[in-house]
Write a protein that binds this ligand. Structure first.
Ligand SMILES: C[S@@+](CC[C@H](N)C(=O)[O-])C[C@H]1O[C@@H](n2cnc3c(N)ncnc32)[C@H](O)[C@@H]1O
Length: 211
């Protein structure tokens, strides 16, 4: 939002914007407040129920980012904050779908956990600063329930993989933003902390343009 990677806030007015992996649709509500016409899409019924409870009048769509239920050229912009892209085995499929629903010259801006974090334990303290695995190991992280069903799956791509995916999906990569930890943020949660944030990047944002 502050970085204006979707363009200056005043230019968002009247734009058709799709948010994929929207969760509770917080980005879409911000976009609506700027005068844009967002649609919030998520695979999870529960997440969309949460969005519905919060309100805001944003249209909500339950669908897979790999099979978008929209006509070609429906949107000026597509965005995603940690949504869908880290969780799909075939990110190029999603990129091709996003390209299809974008109008010529449209942007897709998406964030993922910075790939370098894959090599470190997800701990906020000093133990989160020592390499514990290979950055190059693409074996997905899987959590299972008591019956052995996968309940959470995250796929790792290196930075190079992400760049190649974007190009294979039919986009031009115009920026790769690695936001620095803001000095005002003294909070710790999960693997996030000022200690780690000041030393290694936490997020990678890819800014892609449809040719
Ligand atoms: C880490 S959450 C991020 C939610 C929100 N964007 C945010 O910033 O809080 C990831 C979201 O992506 C959704 N998701 C995962 N795979 C998806 C897919 N293939 N298609 C659409 N949404 C997906 C999940 O249901 C979840 O709501």
């Amino acid at each position: 939002m502050e970085a204006e990677l979707l363009g200056p806030a005043e230019d968002l007015k009247g734009k058709d914007v799709l948010e994929i992996g929207a969760g509770a649709a917080q980005c879409s509500r911000w976009l609506a407040a700027q005068g844009a016409r967002p649609v919030a899409l998520d695979l999870s019924h529960r997440q969309l129920q949460h969005a519905l409870r919060i309100g805001g009048g944003v249209p909500l769509v339950e669908a897979d980012a790999g099979a978008l239920p929209f006509a070609d050229g429906s949107f000026d912009l597509v965005c995603s904050a940690y949504g869908a892209m880290p969780f799909v085995a075939d990110p190029v499929l999603v990129l091709r779908e996003v390209r299809r629903v974008l109008r010529a010259g449209g942007r897709f801006v998406f964030s993922v956990t910075h790939p370098v974090r894959w090599a470190f334990p997800d701990e906020p303290g000093p133990e989160g600063l020592s390499v514990s695995g290979s950055y190059f190991d693409r074996t997905p992280y899987v959590e299972q329930d008591d019956e052995g069903n996968a309940v959470y799956v995250e796929h790792h791509r290196t930075i190079g993989d992400r760049v190649r995916d974007v190009v294979a999906g039919g986009f031009r990569l115009v920026d790769l933003v690695e936001p620095e930890w803001p000095a005002w943020n003294t909070s710790e949660w999960g693997g996030w902390s000022p200690l780690r944030g000041n030393l290694i990047p936490g997020t990678a944002i890819l800014v892609c343009e449809r040719d």
